[in-house]
Design a protein around this ligand. Sequence first.
Ligand code: GDP
Ligand code: IMO
Ligand code: MG
Length: 428
Amino acid sequence: MAGVALVGVQWGDEGKGKITDLLASQFDYVVRFQGGNNAGHTVIHEGTKLQLHLVPSGIMYPDVVPVIGNGCVIDPKVLIGEMEMLGAQDISTERLLISTNAHLIMPYHRDLDGAFERRLGANEIGTTRRGIGPAYQDKASRMGLRMQDLFDRSIFKEKVAAALVETNDILDKVYGLPTYTVEQIADEYLGYAEVIKPHIAEVSSVLNQALASGKNVFFEGAQGTLLDIDHGTYPFVTSSSPTAGGACTGTGVGPTRIDRVLGIAKAYITRVGSGPFPTELFDEDGDTIIRVGHEFGTTTGRQRRAGWYDAVITAYAVGINGLTDLAITKLDILSEFPTIKICTAYEDARGDRYTTVPGHQSAFHHARPIYEEMPGWQEDITHCRTFEDLPEAARNYIDRLEELAGVPVSMIAVGPDREQTIVRRTLL
Ligand code: GDP
Ligand code: IMO
Ligand code: MG
């Protein structure tokens, strides 16, 4: 048996969907453990392109059981829409399991996400406005509704009534927004119950039994290490734990069951939304990355911010997640550049150097990247399937990233398709 967790190293969109899809066939279960439909994971194989927000990226394989863990927040309308989208492409979601303890995103969570952002004005976080933050807020304040509540009409209505006492006041009196009635929400949400019921499971028991009987379980993180509520660039973060520890709390599987932790990092960095980003580019190089890398959000369509690879951040992610392996994605996008930069340290306004993530947000905000430069290769690498196929300059770049991270680069992606991947070290 083996448990393998996959996490984003940077600020999300590192290519987690692609790598999950590539590895999924070796696993019996592929499990999302946090986040909700703020995630947008792209899976491409033989001309079929899927953009998944909630359903795990192992869905293409009929023998894999896809699971949504308790740590996720679920907008039932979005989930059902995604299941229908997959069904229309003859991809079955019949075996999908959903944790009875996962929290529901309610209509007022979406309203409040927008209202909080408008209130912040210029200081907005740049959330996906999918209601993620307010849903986790209600979970932490013990006002949330869970999947299991959908199956008992009176409990559901009782809990919605309790939540609305305060929420309606906030909607109306603080933000001047329309309020909700219990009936209105019950009519909509209880209508979803029938579709969802066959998928509900006590996920921790399912996964622990599976692991005990020798099955392989893959934990698919969403977002990235620097969007983690605890370890990210707070307050410019998401409201869950996308780091490896979240795989345990978000599924009910203990840390001793996770054998390997694979971090996914782009060969450069992007970020959507606000917050510090030391290597961000505002010049032609940034424009090139965005244009060639098609750096537009999968969920919101927003243009991503782009910058050079930051080895300080990767080293931080190696520690936080206990990474055993790295996958470097989108190496093909760097084929454009005669010279490639790697950030190896930061300098603050006083000239003090940091080789680890600064302990104070102000220092991170003002961090100036210190670069080392490497020659580019400027040739097409999308056909490369082994490390030896890569041009020498590309191999040197990967070797340097590996050296700076202190963990092996086990995979390199050179294109969006499943096949466009170099596997140097297997996970099982
Ligand atoms: P995720 O959220 O981490 O799953 O990543 P997204 O799907 O949001 O964004 C990654 C984008 O890059 C998607 O459009 C992928 O199809 C694409 N992609 C992934 N790996 C590669 C790669 O190695 N090369 C290229 N050119 N595109 C890639
Ligand atoms: P995947 O899984 C990139 C960002 C938002 C915003 C911040 C908080 O595709 O990598 P939220 O809606 O979560 O409250 O927004 O987090 N964000 C992501 N950025 N990829 C994601 O997911 C993201 N999910 C949230 O842009 O800055
Ligand atoms: Mg994404």
